[in-house]
Design a protein around this ligand. Structure first.
Ligand code: HXC
Length: 259
């Protein structure tokens, strides 16, 4: 692949997408955002891949935010809106992937970097990582979905505290708040371990769980339960379901084919 600021590695069924722009602590300029999107398309074209890990290069940062020098050029209302929408599209692309996505937060995850982590299904953070939404210190608000995803994840009260104070939190505090799922000295290897434990399971079931949670968060409890029932109906019609139940009853390990 011929990307400037993104690398992709494949480890069997796992793809690792690394944001690699060390001179700016992996900050997301528009080129990098575009490359992330293209890289994900490439990964999804590869039928061998069943999980994605997103991380940042180097020891210091996951992603230190959107690129502030690029943002600083903005003055026009419509151009600003377009920048937010373009970033949101990439975050939505990530959150709607049918495969599990694990964020390996290896350092600063600030602003758009925190929002990138929030677009992942599960987050693993190094003990040294710092997370925060410092946009108000720049006279901005989060624009890559953070106001929405963080509130849904931890509730409006905790989300507003983080967004209004702009304070950075430790991995430990993020764990207590339920923002990160695991803390590990080597977040990438822990992310691989978590991914391995997920992909043993039925791939269609995995994608249906993701869909049920995602679509349910956008609607009422009643409508969400209807979505759940619809997807449950789809699950029982799969060969994977027959394999899973058959394997349980025969006291053997299931071999899912994603069919
Ligand atoms: C552009 C950045 C950057 C960023 C760091 N750099 N973050 N460049 N955009 N978001 C650059 C620095 O300018 C510097 O370049 C180099 O990376 C190293 O950073 P330092 O600041 O020297 O490192 P340090 O003193 O250790 O501080 C680390 C840091 C700090 C605390 C992470 O860099 C920082 O506060 N960064 C900005 C964090 C932030 O505000 N992010 C939110 C952005 S707004 P040089 O050339 O000097 O070496 C946002 C909005 C999203 O994300 C939605 C948009 C629609």
């Amino acid at each position: 692949f011929d990307f400037e600021n993104v690398t992709i590695d494949q480890h069997g069924p796992l793809a690792v997408l690394t944001v690699n722009r060390p001179k700016a602590l992996n900050a997301l300029n528009s080129e990098t955002l575009g490359e992330i999107s293209q890289a994900i398309d490439l990964i999804m074209d590869n039928a061998e891949i069943s999980a994605l890990i997103i991380t940042g290069s180097g020891e210091k940062a996951f992603v230190a935010g959107a690129d502030i020098s690029e943002l600083s050029q903005l003055t026009d209302v419509y151009a600003g809106r377009d920048v937010a929408l373009a970033g949101q599209d990439v975050m939505t692309q990530i959150s709607q992937l049918p495969i599990p996505v694990i964020g390996a937060v290896n350092g600063f995850a600030l602003g758009g970097g925190f929002e990138l982590a929030l677009a992942c299904d599960i987050r693993v953070a190094s003990p040294r990582s710092r997370l925060g939404l410092p946009e108000v210190t720049l006279g901005l608000l989060p624009g890559f979905g953070g106001t929405q995803r963080l509130s849904r994840l931890v509730g409006a009260g905790r989300a507003l505290d983080l967004m209004l104070t702009a304070r950075q939190i430790s991995a430990e505090e993020a764990l207590q708040m339920g923002i990160v799922n695991y803390i590990a000295d080597e977040p990438l290897s822990k992310a691989r371990e978590v991914a391995e434990s997920i992909i043993k399971n039925g791939p269609i079931a995995i994608s249906l769980v993701k869909e049920a949670v995602r679509r349910g968060l956008d609607t009422t409890l009643e409508a969400g339960c209807e979505i759940e029932a619809d997807l449950f109906g789809m699950a029982v019609a799969t060969a994977d379901f027959r394999e899973g139940t058959g394997a349980f009853l025969a006291k053997r390990k299931p071999e899912f084919k994603g069919e």
